[in-house]
Every structure is written in C-alpha cells, then in structure tokens.
Design a protein around this ligand. Structure first.
Ligand SMILES: C[S@@+](CC[C@H](N)C(=O)[O-])C[C@H]1O[C@@H](n2cnc3c(N)ncnc32)[C@H](O)[C@@H]1O
Length: 246
C-alpha cells in the first residue's frame, strides 16, 4: 500500500467535518475576487485519493486530480471525475497550467513537502492552497484516562512514515517556497449525540488494530467517556492559502 492511502470511510469523515469550511474558503477567498462572467477556474487536486474532495468542490471549480496510487485514481474516475497517476513531486503539467492547485491531507505523507509545494506553485498560475494538514501534537483528549490514545496514534503514524506535526510546519514550508500564505485552523462543532455515534469509528481510526488486547482497559475508559458525554477529541487542522507573486 502507498504511503497515505487512508480508508475511504476515514476520508469521508474528514470531509464531513471540514467540507463546509473548505467551501467557505473557496467562495470567500478565491471566487469572490473573480470577475463576473469568467468560466469556472481550473484546478488540480494533488494527492486526490478516491476523489471525495474533488466531488465536493466540483460545483465551483473545473477540477482534475493526480494520485500516486492507481487504485485511488480508479476510484476517482469511477465517480465520474478526471484523474491520473502521477507523483506530487513531479507533476506532468506545464508551468501555470491551472488557476488553483490544492491538496488536502497530503504533505504529512510526503518525504519532502517543500519540493511538493514548489511543484504545486510551478503548475499554478495563481492560487496554491493546502486545505488541510493536521497537527497531532496539538491533540486534546479528555478525560485524562484516555490520553494514552494520543501516543498510540502518533506512534502508528510515524511507523507508517507520516509527519504528525505537519500542521505547524505548513507556514515555514510555504516560506521556503517563496510563498506568503494566509494561515488558519479549521473550526469544529459537535454534540453529545455525534460523539456517541462517531466514537467507534474514531477509536478505530486512532488505535491500530494490531495493538491487541493491551488496549482493552483504555477502550473501556473510552466507551465510558462516550456514554457519559465527557469524551473530547480535538485535533487542530491547519490550512494555508497563497497567491503566486503576492
Ligand atoms: C490521506 S489521503 C488524502 C486523499 C484526499 N486528498 C482527501 O483529502 O480525501 C493521501 C493521498 O495522497 C496520496 N499520495 C501520497 N503520497 C503521494 C505523492 N508523493 N504523490 C501523489 N500522491 C501521493 C496517497 O496515495 C493518498 O491517496
């Protein structure tokens, strides 16, 4: 399996948390400044996965995607989206080929994020956007009995080759590419019902299956917290938006 191939169910959960925020950023920051009557801007989704983000944003932009993993490309095309196999470090497009080049949950999985953002900037004629890069060292888990989950998750990400601190490195990554981004952290909203209903999926996404029975006590504490309404899992997800030459 290629680095960063995350189960589609998890990508769908991420889209459900962040999708409104992505659309808001696109509408208020990117599209609002465009002259009326122009066709939809062209866009490239780098590391598009199964196409969930492209599907969400395609009413607003004329988007196509690339991914290093051919199965992800097939899933995108099965959704009726345009996608092809390519590496983010070597995009098969001419300089300035797209109005917008964006990625989400990609850089943490790459060995050289500066190289990727430089390449994104090369094929963009205007916007270079990272819609989402998490920072797992900024996690808040509550109640205290369940904070061991944070370490299990961070260790598991590192074993898979990901950088759990990519979020906080995003601004410096842009700076090293000569880009001056507007930075932000996505806001969240939840209630006790959504926490209870999502708690199994959240546990499964955080605690690797191969951790075995040693985590049984932790799981009991987790379930108790979900049931009594005290479970909090907060993970800052950063974004960066820059325009070339500004
Ligand atoms: C966590 S998934 C995110 C998918 C999608 N962007 C989303 O937010 O739903 C990361 C994707 O990046 C792809 N990927 C990882 N390294 C890559 C690289 N060097 N070049 C292109 N794609 C890459 C993986 O195959 C995977 O589909």
């Amino acid at each position: 399996m290629c680095a960063g191939v995350v189960p589609e169910e998890q990508l769908a959960r991420q889209r459900s948390w962040l999708g409104d925020s992505w659309i808001w950023l696109l509408r208020t920051r990117v599209l609002a400044g465009r002259k009326e009557g122009l066709p939809r801007p062209t866009a490239l989704d780098v590391g598009c996965g199964p196409g969930l983000v492209m599907e969400l944003l395609s009413p607003f932009i004329d988007v196509e995607g690339i991914d290093i993993d051919h199965r992800m490309v097939s899933e995108s095309t099965a959704r009726g989206l345009r996608a092809r196999v390519a590496r983010a470090e070597e995009l098969p497009f001419e300089d300035g080929a797209f109005d917008i080049v964006y990625c989400s949950f990609l850089l943490l999985w790459t060995a050289d994020p500066v190289k990727v953002v430089k390449e994104m900037a090369r094929v963009s004629r205007d916007w270079v956007i990272c819609l989402a890069e998490p920072d797992h060292f900024g996690r808040i888990s509550y109640p205290p009995e369940i904070t061991a989950v944070d370490r299990l998750f961070i260790d598991s990400l590192r074993r898979q080759g990901a950088d759990p601190q990519m979020g906080r490195k995003l601004q410096g990554t842009y700076a090293r590419c000569g880009l001056r981004p507007d930075m932000g952290v996505h806001a969240s909203m939840w209630n006790d019902r959504s926490v209870r209903e999502g708690s199994d999926a959240e546990w499964n996404s955080l605690v690797p299956a191969d951790e075995g029975g040693a985590e049984d006590a932790l799981r009991n504490d987790w379930d108790a917290a979900a049931a009594n309404g005290s479970l909090v899992q907060f993970n800052p997800v950063f974004y960066a938006m820059a325009r070339k030459g500004r």
